[in-house]
Design a protein around this ligand. Sequence first.
Ligand SMILES: Cc1cc2nc3c(=O)[nH]c(=O)nc-3n(C[C@H](O)[C@H](O)[C@H](O)COP(=O)(O)O)c2cc1C
Length: 160
Amino acid sequence: MKSLIVCVSTSHGNTRRVAERMAEVLGAEVVEPESVDPEALRQYDLVGFGSGIYYMAVDDRLRKLIRRLPDVADIRAFTFFTSGARGIPLLNYHKPVRKRLEAKGFEVIGSFSCRGFDTVGPFGFIGGINRGRPNDHDLDRAAAFAAHMRKRVGGSAAAS
Ligand SMILES: Cc1cc2nc3c(=O)[nH]c(=O)nc-3n(C[C@H](O)[C@H](O)[C@H](O)COP(=O)(O)O)c2cc1C
């Protein structure tokens, strides 16, 4: 099973840490959107798309990549996010990305999210919120999620 993880993590590397942990489980490479050759994506069985949440949205670099992708078939995908605030149904970051991916032909089979250390705006004055997040528990959850994704695609137990 061949997997790739695309990740935008501009603030504290929170989302990147989640991506790296998932990548260990999947035996995947973690890349930035600009490094993705859209046509070459067809060779993967599973692609993860992740971003920190910035001003209530995923990073535009991720959206731009998805726009550039060709129509695909038989590729599973998942999304993942880290954010300062707890996720609430009203602000569903997964749904719009899922819809864009599905419009390209991906089968989106899951989404993961957790809190991330956040020093934006006024939080910076108080030393930030969610210090230490993602923590070991978050990263273990990310690993378990990745293992579940791997199982859904039918991949054999890859690295760790
Ligand atoms: C410019 C900026 C805007 C942000 N806006 C939001 C937001 O609207 N909602 C939220 O929950 N967190 C927000 N955050 C917090 C980030 O989502 C959180 O710190 C995330 O873990 C950052 O991931 P990263 O370290 O991978 O970039 C914002 C952070 C930055 C730097």
